[in-house]
Write a protein that binds this ligand. Structure first.
Ligand SMILES: [Mg+2]
Length: 199
């Protein structure tokens, strides 16, 4: 399963949501599908996408918040899962693309997958950890159809959810992102001030 195909499958449903991605490959791939003002690409802050998402979810309880994360980042801030579960916002969906490697910081280089693996490569189960942390819904998916069904169901649902998607360790075609971090920092909160918060 490819991360880009997963993003394509849920992209139309992200309209009106607050979307926070972690840095690197997943941000570049979401951007490549078409930037929207309601997308925030959290650069240079590994592990903290879910923390930003939690703040938004608590501040705007009627808006759906979709956090798009990676295994390396989540493993860097496992406490983020327990904090999410403790607050348990029913409007937040945490999507974790688990490619079992730190792709964006070396794992994507030739042979890098051998040296930049994460603990999920040796058995750590992020969906299991999320469930044990207290997420009412946490599941792992390996097929595109299952990913689409589970994620759309979670976004349309009404409980804190974690979807862990096992994906190939594949670099994006390009890391080009022609939206400046500072511009994104201001356009994103402006987009969240618009009507349409109920989603
Ligand atoms: Mg990874």
């Amino acid at each position: 399963m490819k991360r880009l195909d997963c993003l394509k499958a849920i992209y139309p449903r992200l309209e009106g949501c607050a979307v926070v991605t972690i840095m690197g490959a997943v941000a570049a791939e979401l951007y490549s599908l078409g930037h929207r003002a309601n997308f925030f690409y959290l650069e240079h802050a590994m592990g903290l996408a879910s923390s930003i998402g939690l703040g938004i979810a608590l501040a705007q309880p009627h808006r759906k918040v979709v956090v798009i994360d990676g295994d390396g980042s989540v493993l860097m801030n496992l406490g983020g899962l327990t904090t999410l579960a403790r607050s348990r916002p029913n409007n937040l969906v945490h999507v974790i693309f688990d490619n079992e490697t730190l792709l964006s910081v070396g794992g994507g280089a030739p042979g890098g997958y051998k040296w930049f693996t994460t603990a999920t490569a040796t058995g750590a189960d992020l969906a299991g950890i999320a469930k044990a942390a207290g997420f009412p819904r946490a599941q792992m998916v390996r097929e595109l159809g299952d990913f689409e069904e589970a994620t759309l169901d979670a976004i349309n649902g009404d409980q804190l959810s974690c979807i862990v998607a096992k994906v190939e360790a594949e670099m994006p075609k390009s890391f080009l992102m022609d939206v400046h971090m500072l511009e994104n920092r201001f356009e994103f909160p402006r987009a969240l001030q618009t009507k349409g918060g109920v989603n």
